[in-house]
Design a protein around this ligand. Structure first.
Ligand code: PMP
Length: 424
């Protein structure tokens, strides 16, 4: 039997950086070998969730088969093993995003959970009050809109929105103008899941910090595609989801600067987050435990740690170069298609292409090209204000990951042309 930690050591020891060979990488992801509707799967819905490599899948079944126990609670062998695996994952996350300390890594359910944690605790700490303003942008995912609206309802705080131009780029001059003594928080997406726009996040943070305003970064679409260094960015909080990083669902990360997290009250109450409990008074654990009430998603945490180890074998420059090639190639082919409109044409763009085709509803398009095995996303992508901004009810979206290929884009383009012929 290969033990879990031995298994991981094997991966890490292989080499610091693996040679970037997309065909070899694809063999790590078993689902990419399957067929859909009799055709080889072309998975272009990576912005929704990424596929999982064997090592992540195996680590999770291995844990349930041989190591399952609750963490932080027992002195018995299995509990200690499980605790060590889980806490090692926290350390992996810390190194991965270069946080100062592992205590700054709160393991959450995902991006949405992280933002809700912040909105709830900031509300209870009275950090945002009547007349205060929170700046977000027009390209936010609902996960970075609705939690703040819930807070605004309670506190009479105002949500202020940075506009975007027709290319889907933030209007930075407008951002500067929106900052005022009333601004108490900026919460902004790093990379748009709908437009692909990669925002000038460092500059956004610098501007906010010049005015002593803390910044939350929604990094859900950034983490799997570029190196994130939270100290270099100097963001105050950074949130992301494990499942968009080749890890499992139901696990995510909230990074926060220790001094700020220490000032926030607990989020949920229960086991694991307390130091002492009496009926008169309860005292709380330090961070990160203060924010992690109850039995966490142990296997999810372990899977996330392995996903990060897997990703660490690659150089992010290789990943970006490959994804950029896919983006360029697909864009060049797509703009030749009559009636196809790409929504989101920012200069700095991730490998996400949202589009519409005259005369075909995105839902019909998605359904038709699914028959060719091509998985696209169709709908509003949890960015309804953005749909309104571009005056479309929905878009189709192709989003690429580092395991996708030029050949798959050819299949996708052929499937698009076939679908168009059916309608015209
Ligand atoms: N923000 C962005 C930019 C996203 O793309 C997503 C997921 N589509 C989320 C937040 C929410 O992530 P989750 O559903 O994993 O909590």
């Amino acid at each position: 039997m290969i033990s879990f930690s031995q298994e991981n050591d094997i991966i890490v020891k292989e080499s610091k950086y693996r040679k970037f060979d997309v065909n070899e990488i694809r063999r790590d992801f078993p689902i990419l070998e399957r067929k859909v509707n009799g055709k080889p799967l072309v998975y272009f819905d990576n912005a929704a969730t990424t596929q999982k490599p064997n090592v992540v899948i195996d680590s999770m079944t291995h844990y349930y088969r041989y190591e399952n126990a609750n963490i932080h609670r027992g002195l018995h062998f299995l509990s200690e093993v499980a605790t060590e695996q889980y806490e090692n994952s926290r350390l992996k996350v810390k190194e991965f995003i270069n946080a100062m300390s592992a205590s700054e890594i709160i393991l959450t359910k995902g991006t949405t959970d992280g933002i809700n944690l912040l909105a709830n605790t900031m509300c209870r700490a009275d950090l945002l009050n009547e007349g205060d303003e929170i700046i977000i942008s027009h390209m936010e995912h609902h996960a970075n809109i609705v939690p703040w609206q819930l807070l605004c309802d309670r506190k009479k705080t105002k949500l202020v929105v940075i506009p975007i131009d027709d290319n889907g780029e933030l209007m930075m001059d407008e951002y500067k103008k929106l900052i005022s003594p009333r601004t108490k928080l900026v919460s902004i997406v790093h990379t748009s899941n709908t437009l692909g726009t990669v925002n000038p996040i460092k500059e956004i943070i610098e501007i906010a910090h010049k005015n002593n305003i803390p910044v939350i970064v929604d990094g859900a679409q950034a983490v799997g595609h570029q190196k994130i260094d939270v100290q270099e960015l100097d963001c105050d909080y950074f949130v992301f989801s494990g499942h968009k990083l080749f890890g499992p669902t139901g696990i995510g990360v909230l990074y926060g600067k220790a001094e700020l997290l220490n000032k926030l009250p607990p989020y949920q109450g229960g086991g694991d987050m307390i130091r002492t409990v009496t009926f008169e008074k309860t005292t709380y654990e330090d961070i990160p435990n203060k924010f992690e009430a109850g039995t966490p998603n142990i296997v999810g945490g372990i899977g996330l740690g392995v996903a990060i180890k897997y990703l660490n074998m690659f150089n992010f420059q290789d990943i970006s170069r490959h994804e950029n090639e896919l983006l360029q190639y697909a864009t060049e082919k797509m703009i030749l298609i009559d009636g196809l409109r790409i929504i989101g044409t920012a200069k700095n763009k991730a490998s996400v292409i949202s589009f519409t085709i005259d005369g075909i509803h995105p839902y019909d398009l998605g359904t038709i090209i699914d028959t060719d095995g091509v998985a696209l996303r169709t709908g509003h992508h949890c960015t309804q204000p953005l749909m309104k901004r571009f005056n479309v009810p929905a878009t189709a979206r192709a989003s690429f990951s580092f395991y996708n290929t030029i050949d798959e884009i050819d299949v996708f383009i052929n499937a698009l042309n076939k679908a168009i012929k059916m309608f015209r």
